[in-house]
Ligand binder design. Structure first.
Ligand SMILES: Cc1cc2nc3c(=O)[nH]c(=O)nc-3n(C[C@H](O)[C@H](O)[C@H](O)COP(=O)(O)OP(=O)(O)OC[C@H]3O[C@@H](n4cnc5c(N)ncnc54)[C@H](O)[C@@H]3O)c2cc1C
Length: 567
C-alpha cells in the first residue's frame, strides 16, 4: 500500500513513540469529524483545538526538537522520515493544520542553525509548552528578492539595537514568541537574523493578510529593542541561514500536496464508483477509468519521488549536496503534479467538487497554494537548471544511498554550511536507475532523454537563450522530468512497486516529455537545428491494454471504499 490510509497506518518505525504520534493525530481528526472540520474551515476558526492537541501529545516538541535539546523526552529528534508522514497526515485533513506546523519548522530553522545556545534552550522549552513559531523573511514590497530586505537594525550606544521595519505574509505571526526575523544592519548592510516576540509592545500586529483559518501576519517592529540574546546569526551566516532554512522547509510543500491529493482521491473514487448514470457506474466510463488511473499513477510517482528525496536529504553531508537538486524538485514538480491530480479528479466528480460538505472543495482551493509559496515554480526551476551541466555531463561515483527510515537525528540539516557553490555539486549517473529497468515506457523515455542530452551538446542554447528565463524554464521542465523519473525508479525498486504500475507511470512521463518538448519547439528563439531536435523528442508511449486494465483493477478501483472520513 503506497498511499496513506489513516484507517490502516502501516508505515514502519524504529520506535513505538513515532507510531503513537501518527495514530493520535489521525484519531484527533477522525474524532473531530468531517462536519466540524468543514464548519471550521468555512467559518475560518483559528485551530486552537489542534494546537491544544499537539501540546497534550507533545507532537511538535517530540518531532521538532533536535536530539540533545529534549530534556526528559528521549524521543526528541529531527527525523525527516517521520516528519514526512506527519506532514502528510496534517495536509490530508487540511492545509491550515499543516501550515501552522510548516511555519513552525521555518521559524525553528534559524534557531537550530544558530550558535545562540540560550535561544535554543528557550525554543525547546517553548516547544514543550506547546508553542508554535514563525519565520519573518518576506516583505510586502520585495517578494522573492530578499536582497532588498528593508527590516533594519540600528546599533545603540549601549551595545543593543533597535529594529524597525515591516514583515508581510508571516504565518503564526499573531502568536509566536519567537519570530525568526531577517533584516540588515543600518550602516553596513550586513544581514542579520534575530528573534522578535509578538507580546512586545513595539511589535505591532497590523492584521491577517489572508481570509482563512490561518493567520498570515502583517507586522511592524517600531524601535523594537534587540539585545545580543536575541541575535541568531550575522553577515554571511545570516544569509546562509535564510537559504538553508528554506532548503529544508520547501521540501514539506510536496508532502502537503501528497496529503491533499490522497484524501481527495479517496473521496472522488468513492463518489464516482457509487454514482449511477445511464444504467452504469461512473467508473465504467472509459475516460473516467483513464482519468483515475492517470491521477493515481501521478500521485504514486509524487510519493515515490518525495520519499526518495528524503533519503538523500538525510544522508547529505558537505561532500554530498545532491539534496539541493532533489528538494527544489519536490517543491516545484510534486506540487504542480498535485494540481494535475486534482484537475483530473475534479473533471470526474464535476459538481460534487463544489459541495460545502466535501473535503474536495477545500482541496481544489488549497492545492493551488503549494506551487506558489516558499519560492514559486519559476524560482525553483531557475535554481534547478544550474545543476544541469554536471548532472548530464560530469557524473561522480557515490556509495548507494539506502532507504533512511532509521531513528537518526538529521544533524546536517542544521549545519549545511555556505549556500554557494551550487555549480560544483555533482550527481551519480542517472542512467544507472534507468538501466535497472526494462519496461516499454521506461525504454521509450530513455530514448527521449538520450535525444535531449544530445541536443544540449549539438544545439546548445546560446548565451541569449541562457539569459532568457522564458526559454530556460521550458528547458528546465524537461530536465526536471529526467531527475523525477530517476528517483521514482530508484524508489520503485526499494518499495518493490508492481512493474505494471511503473510502466503506467512512465506512460505519462513520456507524454509529459512530449508536452514540454513542444513548448520548447515553439519558443520564439528556438533555432532550426534545435527545432529539429525538439521534434525528435516526441514519442508515443507504449500501449498495453492488459497492463492498463491490471493497474485500473488491482491498484485504482481496488481503493473504492478503502477510506471515508468519520462524519
Ligand atoms: C499564505 C501565505 C503564507 C506565507 N507564509 C510565509 C511565511 O510564513 N514567512 C515568509 O517569510 N513568507 C511567507 N509567504 C511569502 C511567500 O513565500 C512568497 O509570497 C513567495 O515566496 C512568492 O513571492 P511573491 O508572491 O511575492 O512573488 P514575487 O517575488 O513578487 O514574484 C513575482 C513573479 O516573478 C517571478 N520571479 C521572482 N523572482 C524570480 C527569479 N529569481 N527567477 C524566476 N522568476 C522569478 C515569480 O515566479 C513570480 O511569478 C507566504 C505567502 C502566502 C500567500
Amino acid at each position: 500500500m503506497i498511499l496513506l490510509n489513516p484507517k490502516q497506518l502501516d508505515r514502519t518505525y524504529p520506535d513505538e513513540r513515532s507510531r503513537a504520534i501518527m495514530r493520535a493525530t489521525v484519531e484527533f481528526f477522525e474524532a473531530k469529524g468531517k462536519r466540524q472540520l468543514k464548519a471550521d474551515d468555512r467559518d475560518r476558526v483559528w485551530y486552537a483545538d489542534f494546537l491544544e492537541f499537539q501540546q497534550r501529545e507533545q507532537a511538535f516538541a517530540t518531532l521538532l526538537t533536535p536530539a540533545g535539546y529534549g530534556g526528559d523526552n528521549a524521543d526528541c529528534r529531527w527525523d525527516t522520515w517521520r516528519n514526512c508522514e506527519f506532514n502528510e497526515i496534517l495536509a490530508f485533513y487540511g492545509l491550515h493544520y499543516w501550515y501552522t506546523w510548516q511555519v513552525s519548522i521555518l521559524g525553528l530553522g534559524p534557531i537550530w542553525m544558530s550558535q545562540n545556545e540560550a535561544a535554543k534552550q528557550r525554543a525547546a522549552q517553548l516547544l514543550r509548552d506547546g508553542a508554535v513559531f514563525a519565520f519573518g523573511l518576506s516583505e510586502r514590497a520585495h517578494g522573492a528578492d530578499i536582497y532588498s530586505t528593508e527590516m533594519t537594525l540600528t546599533p545603540q550606544s549601549d551595545g543593543t539595537y533597535r529594529a524597525n521595519g515591516e514583515k508581510y505574509y508571516i504565518g503564526n505571526g499573531n502568536v509566536a514568541e519567537m519570530v525568526s526575523t531577517f533584516g540588515k544592519m543600518a550602516e553596513t548592510g550586513d544581514y542579520m537574523f534575530f528573534v522578535a516576540n509578538f507580546h512586545h509592545q513595539n511589535y505591532e500586529l497590523v492584521g491577517n493578510v489572508v481570509n482563512s483559518q490561518s493567520y498570515v501576519a502583517d507586522f511592524v517592529l517600531r524601535d523594537y529593542p534587540i539585545t545580543e540574546a536575541d541575535i541568531l546569526a550575522r553577515g554571511s551566516a545570516a544569509w546562509d541561514t535564510a537559504l538553508n532554512t528554506v532548503n529544508v522547509g520547501k521540501y514539506n510543500l510536496g508532502w502537503a500536496s501528497i496529503g491533499i491529493c490522497t484524501h481527495a482521491f479517496y473521496e472522488a473514487l468513492n463518489h464516482a464508483a457509487n454514482r449511477r448514470l445511464y444504467g452504469m457506474y461512473v467508473t465504467d466510463f472509459p475516460h473516467v477509468k483513464q482519468m483515475f488511473t492517470e491521477a493515481y499513477a501521478r500521485l504514486v510517482a509524487m510519493k515515490l519521488f518525495a520519499l526518495r528525496a528524503a533519503d538523500y536529504m538525510r544522508s547529505a553531508s558537505p561532500d554530498d549536496r545532491r539534496y539541493l537538486l532533489y528538494n527544489p524538485t519536490v517543491k516545484m514538480k510534486v506540487t504542480t503534479q498535485g494540481e494535475e491530480v486534482i484537475n483530473l479528479l475534479w473533471d470526474v466528480i464535476a459538481a460534487k467538487g463544489f459541495e460545502r460538505d466535501t473535503y474536495f472543495e477545500m482541496a481544489a482551493r488549497d492545492i493551488r497554494a503549494l506551487p506558489k509559496l516558499e519560492g514559486t515554480v519559476h524560482v525553483n526551476i531557475a535554481l534547478i537548471v544550474k545543476f544541469m551541466p554536471n548532472y548530464f555531463f560530469n557524473p561522480a561515483d557515490y556509495a548507494p544511498v539506502p532507504q533512511r527510515s532509521d531513528a537518526a537525528n538529521d544533524d546536517f540539516l542544521f549545519d549545511q554550511g555556505p549556500a554557494r557553490g551550487l555549480g560544483q555539486i555533482r550527481f551519480h549517473d542517472y542512467r544507472l536507475a534507468y538501466d535497472d529497468w526494462d519496461l516499454p515506457n521506461v525504454n521509450v523515455f530513455q530514448e527521449q532523454v538520450a535525444v535531449f542530452q544530445e541536443s544540449l551538446m549539438a544545439a546548445t542554447p546560446d548565451e541569449a537563450q541562457q539569459r532568457d528565463t522564458d526559454f530556460l524554464l521550458a528547458l528546465g521542465e524537461l530536465f526536471t522530468l529526467v531527475v523525477y523519473g530517476q528517483l521514482v525508479l530508484e524508489n520503485a525498486r526499494i518499495y518493490q512497486v508492481d512493474e505494471a504500475l511503473v510502466d503506467q507511470i512512465f506512460d505519462f512521463m513520456v507524454r509529459d516529455f512530449n508536452k514540454f518538448a513542444l513548448q520548447l519547439y515553439g519558443k520564439p528563439s528556438s533555432t532550426p537545428v534545435q527545432m529539429d531536435y525538439y521534434q525528435r523528442l516526441i514519442h508515443k508511449p507504449a500501449v498495453d491494454e492488459a497492463r492498463y486494465q491490471h493497474v485500473w483493477n488491482e491498484h485504482v478501483y481496488a481503493l473504492k471504499g478503502a477510506y471515508e472520513m468519520s462524519e
